[in-house]
Design a protein around this ligand. Structure first.
Ligand SMILES: Cc1ncc(COP(=O)(O)O)c(C=O)c1O
Length: 436
C-alpha cells in the first residue's frame, strides 16, 4: 500500500509549518522518513489518510490509557460541548476533578489545572523558588520536563558545573539556574547538595524516567534521593506527567510510598485533551495567585470540555482499576519479546517495562548488570538500527513512536493477540533489517 496522501500532506505542511509538524518528533526525522497523517482512531487502532491501519502503541504519547475514542469519554464531551465549551469562569467539572485528585492523593492538598505538562512544570518551579527564596533547580541528565527554558539544558563539563543551553534561544544566564546531575549516582547528588544546597530550591525528577528510553533506577533510589533532599532543605518535585494516573492512580509516588512536596501531571489527567496540573502541600500551593504572590494564569485553563474528559477518564480508572492487568500484560509482552529475540536474532535486546510503559534497547549494553539506567548506557546503534527497523514495523501494521528513544504505551483496549502480534512483527522486522 502506498502512502501518497501522507506524502502530499507533508509537502503542503512543510510550506506553512516548520518541519511540517507542530511538535518535533512527529516529523519522523529520527527514523529518516516523513510522517503518516492520521485520520482516525478507535480503541487500540489508528488509520492513516491512505487507509492503512495500525495497532497503535504510541497512543498520542501516553494520554490514551483507555484507548482511542473511549465511548464514556466521547459521551461526556458530547454532553459538555452541547452547553458551550469555554466560559473563562469557574465551573463544576474542574471542581470535581480537583476534588477527585485531592481526595485520592494524600500529598496533593490543592491542585491547579493548566494546558500542558510544560506549563505545569514551569509553574511548579516558580512555586518552589517562591517558597524557598532560592533560585537554582537540580535536574537529571536523561529526564525531560517539557520545553521550559530552564529545563532545556545540558550538563556542564564538570559534575557540579552549572548547565548550558540545550536549545538555541535559551540564555546562558537561564541555563546557569539549573544544575544537571547523572541518574543512578546518588553520590553525585550528595556532592551537588553539599556545595550548592543553599542555592537550590528544588530537585525535579521523572520518578521513572521515560523520555530517553525507559531508565529504570535501582530499588530504593527514589527514597534515598528524597531523604538526601530533605536533609539539605531542598524541595522535591515529582514530574509525573507520563506516570501519573498511568502506572497507578497516584503515579510512581503511590507505588514507592513517597510524598513529594510538589507534583506535576499531564497526559492521562486530561483524557487526551490539553491538560496539565501541578499540586502539592497546602502551604506551597497557597502561594499561588490569587491566594498568594506567585502569578500563574490561563485563558483556556480548566476548560469544561477538557475537564469533563479528564474527570470521566479518572473516574473510569478508579472504577475499573486496570493497573495490575495492564502491568502484567506489558510484562508478559516484554518477556515474550526477550525470549523470541534471543532465539531468533543474534542481536542483544534489553527490554524494560514499568506498569504499562515499555521500551527496548537494541544492541549490546555496557553496564555492570545489563540494565539501562542512564542515557549513555543506551546502545550506540539504537538510532541507526531503529530508523531502519521502523518502516518494517509500520509495514506490518504496528505503530510505535517514531524514535528509538521514546517509550511505548499499552492501553486497556490492547488485546493479547495484538501484543503477541507486536512481538512477532518486532522480531521479524529486526530480522529483515539485520539480514538474518
Ligand atoms: C515527564 C514529562 N514532563 C513534562 C512534559 C511536557 O508535557 P507537554 O508535552 O504536555 O508540554 C512531558 C512531555 O512528554 C514529559 O514526558
Amino acid at each position: 500500500m502506498t502512502d501518497d496522501l501522507s506524502k502530499q500532506y507533508y509537502e503542503r505542511s512543510r510550506r506553512v509549518t516548520p518541519g511540517g509538524v507542530h511538535s518535533p518528533v512527529r516529523a519522523f526525522k529520527n527514523v529518516d522518513s516523513h510522517p503518516k497523517f492520521i485520520a482516525k482512531g478507535s480503541e487500540s487502532l489508528i488509520e492513516d489518510v491512505d487507509g492503512k491501519s495500525y495497532v497503535d502503541y504510541c497512543m498520542s504519547w501516553g494520554p490514551l490509557i483507555l484507548g482511542h475514542a473511549d465511548p464514556d469519554v466521547m459521551e461526556a464531551i458530547r454532553k459538555t460541548t452541547a452547553d458551550g465549551w469555554t466560559f473563562g469562569a469557574a465551573d463544576v467539572f474542574s471542581l470535581e476533578l480537583a476534588e477527585l485528585i485531592t481526595s485520592r492523593i494524600p500529598w496533593v492538598d490543592q491542585v491547579r489545572f493548566v494546558n500542558s505538562g510544560t506549563e505545569a512544570v514551569m509553574s511548579a518551579l516558580r512555586v518552589a523558588r517562591a517558597a524557598t527564596g532560592k533560585n537554582k533547580i537540580l535536574k537529571f541528565d536523561g529526564c525531560y520536563h517539557g520545553h521550559v527554558d530552564s529545563m532545556l539544558v545540558a550538563a556542564g563539563s564538570g559534575l557540579v558545573e552549572m548547565a548550558t543551553p540545550d536549545s538555541a534561544g535559551i540564555s546562558e544566564e537561564t541555563a546557569r539556574q539549573t544544575i544537571v546531575a547523572p541518574l543512578d549516582d546518588l553520590s553525585a547528588v550528595e556532592e551537588v547538595f553539599s556545595t550548592h544546597a543553599n542555592d537550590i530550591a528544588a530537585v525535579i525528577i521523572e520518578p521513572v524516567p521515560a523520555n530517553n528510553g525507559l531508565l529504570l533506577q535501582r530499588d530504593g533510589y527514589l527514597k534515598d534521593l528524597v531523604a538526601l533532599a530533605k536533609r539539605h532543605d531542598v524541595l522535591v518535585i515529582f514530574d509525573e506527567v507520563i506516570t501519573g494516573f498511568r502506572v497507578a492512580f497516584g503515579g510512581v509516588a503511590e507505588l514507592a510510598g513517597i510524598e513529594p512536596d510538589l507534583v506535576t501531571y499531564g497526559k492521562v489527567v486530561g483524557g487526551g485533551f490539553p491538560v496539565g496540573a501541578f499540586g502539592g502541600r497546602k502551604d506551597l500551593m497557597g502561594l499561588v495567585a490569587p491566594e498568594g504572590p506567585v502569578y500563574q494564569a490561563g485563558t483556556l485553563s480548566a476548560n469544561p470540555v477538557a475537564m469533563s474528559a479528564g474527570l470521566t477518564t479518572l473516574k473510569k480508572l478508579l472504577r475499573e482499576n486496570p493497573y495490575h492487568k495492564l502491568a502484567a500484560a506489558t510484562q508478559k509482552m516484554g518477556e515474550r519479546l526477550k525470549s523470541l529475540s534471543s532465539k531468533e536474532l543474534s542481536l542483544d535486546l534489553t527490554v524494560q517495562s514499568f506498569g504499562s510503559i515499555f521500551w527496548a534497547g537494541l544492541g549490546e549494553v555496557e553496564s555492570p548488570d545489563g540494565a539501562i539506567r542512564t542515557p549513555n548506557q543506551i546502545p550506540q546503534m539504537q538510532k541507526n538500527l531503529y530508523s531502519r527497523f521502523y518502516p518494517e514495523l509500520l509495514s506490518r501494521g504496528y505503530y510505535l513512536a517514531p524514535s528509538g528513544y521514546e517509550v511505548g504505551f499499552m492501553s486497556t483496549k490492547h488485546t493479547e493477540q495484538q501484543n503477541e502480534g507486536l512481538v512477532d512483527a518486532f522480531v521479524a522486522s529486526l530480522k529483515n533489517v539485520l539480514g538474518e
